[in-house]
Design a protein around this ligand. Structure first.
Ligand SMILES: Cc1cc2nc3c(=O)[nH]c(=O)nc-3n(C[C@H](O)[C@H](O)[C@H](O)COP(=O)(O)OP(=O)(O)OC[C@H]3O[C@@H](n4cnc5c(N)ncnc54)[C@H](O)[C@@H]3O)c2cc1C
Length: 340
């Protein structure tokens, strides 16, 4: 089975299928696993610029996170974010609906670490951007941009099934030529962009918070990234822009975006950074909508998984991949040794 996307949904799907004896192979356009659970590395610095932390509600995900913690790949982040805007600064406790019971976790030593652990012994082809799926009577072939017109093929020249573990618009584009129904499901999911700004300082800024939700202006979230568990080195802060503002500035240049976000940060007392790096996420937030966790067409043997099918978070992505695996495992191909 081919899984397109080695973010958390693709990885959890792959691991679950492997547990059940299925042959899997993953493809990802980037150079590392984790997708939007991402960390940017520069000279002497690192910064989580996608998912900032994750929370746990589902008991199966709780067990998974316990394994990550035991392996040193995740830890609780004992931060108590401030809430900025609408009358100044206050603490988040009591301000968020679920604050008293909320534990925030991060990957250690970077957000990507948990995904790297999941991917460690899985066959993943990186730098493989899948541009089209092709189906004939014997199964599926995948086209990869990096291999020109060549086809990426499975061990037996075809894949018996394909899972698209991608943000909804990317899944839509690949599914549309084969399934109007799956394409419509993906088309109905609204995903919004987010500008991220990674800041480096020579000295820690004197601010009365290490993380903050922001309720006014272009910023939505501020975090002292270098104070998360397992980090160190260069003083690093991360700013996320609000999703409406990011949509309006989707095609603005990074310099203009950075100028506005830095001005908003300085209004909360922050000094100018020594250096910054901007990143635009095209598909960050998902509007709550489709909560069916996965989609699977048993006739075509084509499936969809991803956070957008399960609440739009890290936990949802993991649950979605796993739910899809449980739907398809009964009919997947198995390694020759396992065949009767
Ligand atoms: C700015 C931002 C902040 C966030 N904050 C939080 C947070 O604080 N807490 C939280 O729980 N969640 C947060 N999230 C959401 C969280 O990151 C996602 O819910 C989760 O990581 C999604 O996992 P996924 O596997 O569904 O998708 P992804 O992680 O997007 O994985 C998809 C993978 O597919 C690959 N890919 C895409 N197209 C192709 C193609 N054509 N061919 C091959 N590979 C392809 C990508 O490279 C990627 O690796 C945030 C996301 C962003 C962007």
């Amino acid at each position: 089975m081919a899984i397109v996307g080695a973010g958390l949904a693709g990885l959890s799907c792959a691991r679950r299928l492997r547990e059940q004896g299925c042959l899997v192979r993953l493809f990802d356009k980037s150079g590392a696993p984790g997708g939007r659970m991402a960390t940017r590395h520069g000279e002497g610095w690192q910064c989580d610029h996608g998912a900032q932390y994750f929370t746990v509600r589902d008991p199966d995900f709780q067990q998974e996170v316990a394994r990550w913690i035991a392996a040193g790949r995740a830890a609780a982040w004992p931060v108590r974010p401030a809430v900025l805007g609408g009358g100044g600064l206050r603490r988040a406790a009591g301000a968020e609906k679920d604050a008293p019971a909320l534990v925030r976790y991060v990957g250690t030593p970077s957000m990507r670490a948990a995904a790297e652990g999941l991917a460690a012994d899985l066959p993943v082809s990186f730098h493989a951007t899948i541009t089209a799926l092709e189906r004939d009577g014997q199964g599926w072939r995948l086209h990869s941009r990096e291999q020109g017109a060549d086809l990426v093929t499975g061990d037996s020249d075809r894949f018996d099934a394909v899972v698209l573990a991608l943000p909804a618009p990317q899944a839509q584009a690949l599914a549309a030529p084969h399934s109007a129904l799956l394409a419509r499901r993906a088309d109905a999911a609204a995903m919004h962009p987010c500008w991220a700004l990674m800041l480096r300082y020579d000295l820690p800024p004197a601010l009365p918070f290490e993380a903050a939700f922001v309720n006014s202006g272009p910023l939505r979230w501020i975090a002292r990234d270098s104070a998360k568990p397992g980090r160190g080195g260069v003083e690093t802060w991360l700013l996320h822009a609000e999703s409406g503002w990011s949509s309006e500035h989707r095609d603005s240049d990074a310099q203009a975006v950075a100028a506005e976000l830095l001005a908003a940060f300085s209004a909360w007392g922050a000094p100018a950074p020594a250096a910054w790096t901007a990143h635009r996420w095209l598909y960050a937030q998902t509007e709550a909508g489709d909560a069916s966790r996965h989609a699977w067409d048993p006739g075509l043997r084509l499936g969809l998984a991803g956070d957008w099918l399960a609440g739009g978070r890290v936990e949802g992505a993991w649950l979605s991949g796993r739910a899809l695996a449980d739907s398809v495992a009964a009919s997947c191909s198995q390694p020759p040794a396992d065949r009767p």
